[in-house]
Design a protein around this ligand. Structure first.
Ligand code: TRP
Length: 330
């Protein structure tokens, strides 16, 4: 087992889809096979967008059940809910005082929100709450609290991990060596996972295939993937095809090569290709899906895992927070 501590957070803002599975959930489950890992559901980070507690709770259960159903190794991985550990909010308050405001002004997500307002001709800060503005500080608190070495994130989150490093550096400079400096690890490039319309699979494009949709719904979605109008007899380019681009994340190398040949040779219609894709995805996901459904109908099991995770996470959180409190307050 590697000595490096891995940490990542997942925001409960939507029902996970195949893009999340390929890009984040599957690699995370792999990583936790050989590393001590902290995985938390970042419910506090969802608050700047979602103001309905029912939704946050529902998505929190979904994410926890998905990770459990995918076989997350719960000996190595501490799975917990961010808000169960009060020290993260306390640390965030402390870090506010050494974080330059200018650093927050440079955050990509804040700048994007400001640019949108400027383009719309409204006040630059219209609709922007302090949760969004200070999001990177709370995220730095997550990363620093659990003494993590490695933070696997998507490219869009790299700046946040760099900010956590910067903030840890400022802190250590003022108060002496207190925090480890974390490293962002950008996952191996899985390429863009296309959605039903061929654009990147994303909730905001409304083109997603939910990870654990019942088989009938999964099939309906897959049959709705947009294709060009080539006839069955015509050769097709697999690298341009959403069907093939999804298939390659679920099938074995031999199966991928075989489907590539069938695309390139012609003689296979898109309807048949979709059926092949459905059979494969369904085959891979049907076991975990039944376990997911069982867990979702037994929330007490999920609660027990999250409670156990929280008690393990709290040990580290208290230790770090006490160090910070002594350094800052004496
Ligand atoms: N901001 C991350 C996202 O939107 C979620 C997150 C919160 C996170 N805290 C974290 C990721 C700490 C890594 C480490 O995806």
């Amino acid at each position: 087992m590697s000595e490096q501590i891995v940490l990542t957070g997942i925001k409960p803002t939507g029902t996970p889809h195949l893009g999340n599975y390929v890009g984040a959930l599957k690699p995370l489950v792999e990583m936790a096979k050989t590393n001590k890992t902290f995985v938390f559901i970042a419910d506090l980070h969802a608050l700047n967008i979602i103001h309905d507690p029912k939704q946050i709770k529902q998505h929190t259960y979904e994410i926890a059940a998905i990770l459990m159903a995918l076989g997350l190794n719960l000996d190595n991985a501490t799975l917990f809910r961010q808000s169960d550990i009060v020290q993260v909010s306390q640390l965030s308050t402390m870090l506010m005082n050494i974080t330059p405001k200018g650093l927050m002004n440079r955050a990509h997500s804040y700048k994007a929100a400001v640019d949108k307002n400027i383009a719309a001709g409204v006040d630059t800060d219209a609709g922007i709450n302090m949760g969004l503005y200070t999001y990177p500080i709370l995220m730095a608190a997550d990363i620093l609290l659990y003494e993590s070495d490695v933070v696997p994130v998507g490219a869009d989150q790299k700046q946040h991990v760099e900010f956590a490093r910067d903030i840890a550096g400022y802190f250590n400079h003022v108060y002496g060596d207190t925090f480890k400096l974390p490293e962002p690890v950008i996952g191996e490039d899985t390429g863009i996972i296309p959605g039903l319309d061929g654009r990147k699979m994303s909730k905001s494009y409304d083109n997603v295939i939910p990870l654990f949709a019942p088989a009938s719904q999964l099939k309906k979605k897959i049959m709705r993937i947009i294709t060009d109008s080539k006839l069955p007899s015509e050769p097709k380019n697999p690298d341009d095809s959403t069907i093939f681009q999804l298939y390659r994340h679920f099938a074995s190398p031999d199966e991928i090569a075989a489907l590539r040949t069938r695309f390139e040779q012609g003689g296979m219609g898109y309807g048949d290709a979709k059926q092949i894709l459905f059979d494969k995805v369904n085959d891979v996901l049907s076991g975990p899906r039944s376990e997911y459904e069982r867990l979702m109908s037994t929330p007490s099991e999920i609660d027990a895992i999250l409670a156990d995770g929280a008690s393990r996470a709290r040990v580290v959180a208290e230790r770090t927070y006490n160090r910070v409190s002594r350094a800052m307050l004496g």
